[in-house]
Design a protein around this ligand. Structure first.
Ligand code: CMC
Length: 429
């Protein structure tokens, strides 16, 4: 039993309940604060604010721990498939063989893309960013398959979850193929999700693509590592949009928009662009590090730092090893990988980064791995999207299934003009 938090604010003493999570995390519940004192809390960037309680994902940023539904990310990467992890996140249990077979059947069935959606894709400019195409197509699903919202039955939500996980893969592959002018490839029935994704990306009528087992394994691990990350920017967006009772498709489409930003999922593309720029311009590593430390320069080292991880990002560690393995297997060396390793070594020895606990995050090495697997740079964030889809769905489902859910609506402290009188247009300057 936790001791209540006592605060003295606005001349009043207030006892606030403390909520404790199953892993020992503690929060002061301030629900009564404004009603009693007229004060609100101000927490720009929400670094100290819990927006909900959740049973899906646990992160200990100091120890570098990441668990989905109680299972460690390391064990899931070693033993599970991405589809099992999707099921785990959405259903709160690992599937039995029969449940897994049924789920896989749904993923095959729902991979079909409505022909009218192909017309939508064809009207994008050929060089449209795949994230934009995906966001638009996922949003459009609300019109093609209407009716899944906060009041929907669980079975309907579960079917929609399968539809979204199947269609997101198809949309990502389609967006890429459209940019190349290649025809659409459908998955092979009964083949695993990762192999099919690689085939849907790379197979052509004139060059058959046979997925390599190591590439399939890497794809599986990459998708698992991205599957959920509790209340990050895109997941919080999905929850906020969903809290207005927007339908599931509209809610996750808003997540795609948030993920695209370079401070979030778009960082994997930015890391590669940064490394390429360093190489092309022959910049020295010291010079780049100094630029990142200069407070008058907006430049940041992409792929470093994290709001929650203050020791290491366990996802980055797994991806770094995998990246080396895939490059070794292909007997390739990548000058950008050598550059990345040199940059990491120097950053980890630099006081600025040590003091601020800035370590490589998941995006630092994921781009190099995608590149080693043959993905073009603009597909990096779309792959992140395919991986994150089950997490967004699980959070939306958890939120709408909770009794007494409230619309998300933060407050603000107004700092603008007060009481101005309206001037005639002839008097305005
Ligand atoms: N390069 C240089 N300085 C940095 C960096 C960086 N990458 N990240 C943080 N800092 C500094 C920052 O300037 C600040 O310094 P000071 O205390 O002197 O003002 C201090 O470290 C704390 O930074 P912050 O911006 O308050 O930290 P945050 O928790 O608000 O931001 C972050 C987290 C991930 C947005 C930020 O570290 C960043 O911009 N990193 C680069 C972009 C990136 O790699 N994003 C991917 C994140 S992981 C995957 C995902 O979320 O999708």
């Amino acid at each position: 039993m936790s001791t209540p938090g006592k605060i003295h604010v606005g001349g009043q003493d207030l006892e606030l309940p403390v909520i404790e999570g199953t892993e020992g995390e503690k929060a002061v519940d301030i629900s009564a604060l404004r009603g009693t004192t007229k004060y609100i809390t101000l927490d720009q960037g929400y670094g100290n604010t819990g927006s909900c309680t959740s049973k899906i994902t646990f992160i200990d940023g100091e120890k570098g721990i990441l668990h989905y539904r109680g299972y460690s990310i390391e064990e899931l990467c070693e033993k599970a498939t991405f589809v099992e992890v999707c099921y785990l996140l959405i259903h709160d249990k690992l599937p039995t063989q029969a449940e897994l077979d049924e789920f896989n059947e749904l993923l095959d069935k729902y991979s079909l893309v409505h022909e009218a959606m192909l017309h939508l894709i064809n009207h994008f400019p050929y060089d449209a960013h795949p994230m934009n195409v995906m966001g638009c197509l996922v949003q459009a699903l609300s019109s093609f398959y209407p009716g899944v919202d906060a009041k929907s039955k669980t079975e309907h939500i579960n079917l929609t979850a399968a539809r979204l996980i199947a269609k997101t893969r198809a949309f990502a592959a389609l967006a890429y193929r459209k940019s190349k002018g290649f025809p659409l490839v459908y998955p092979n029935k009964g083949e695993d999700y990762g192999s099919n994704f690689l085939r849907m990306m790379f197979d052509t009528p004139v060059k058959h693509y046979e997925p390599d087992p190591d590439m399939v394994k890497a794809m599986n691990i990459l998708l698992i590592l991205h599957a959920d990350h509790e209340q990050n920017c895109s997941t919080s967006t999905v929850r906020l949009v969903g809290s207005s009772h927007a339908n599931l498709y509209a809610s996750v489409a808003s997540g795609i928009a948030a993920l695209w930003g370079p401070l979030h999922g778009g960082a994997n593309q930015s890391v590669m662009e940064m490394l390429q720029n360093i190489k092309d311009k022959g910049l020295g590593i010291e010079q780049v590090i100094n630029k990142a430390k200069d407070k008058d320069d907006p430049f940041r080292l992409m792929g470093f730092g994290h709001r929650v991880y203050k020791n290491f990002d366990p996802r980055a560690r797994i991806i770094k090893d995998l990246c080396r393995k895939i490059l070794l297997k292909n007997a390739n060396s990548d000058p950008l990988l050598d550059l990345a390793i040199e940059l990491e070594d120097k950053v980890l020895a630099d006081d600025y980064f040590i003091e601020r606990k800035l370590y490589p995050n998941v995006d630092f090495y994921s781009g190099l791995l995608y590149r080693a697997m043959g993905f073009p740079v603009n597909m990096f964030t779309p792959i992140f999207t395919v991986g994150r889809m089950p997490g967004w769905i699980a959070h939306w489902k958890e939120m709408v299934s909770e009794p007494g859910g409230k619309i998300g609506r933060p407050r603000q402290i107004y700092t603008g003009y007060t009481n101005r009188s309206y001037p005639d247009i002839s008097e305005r300057k």
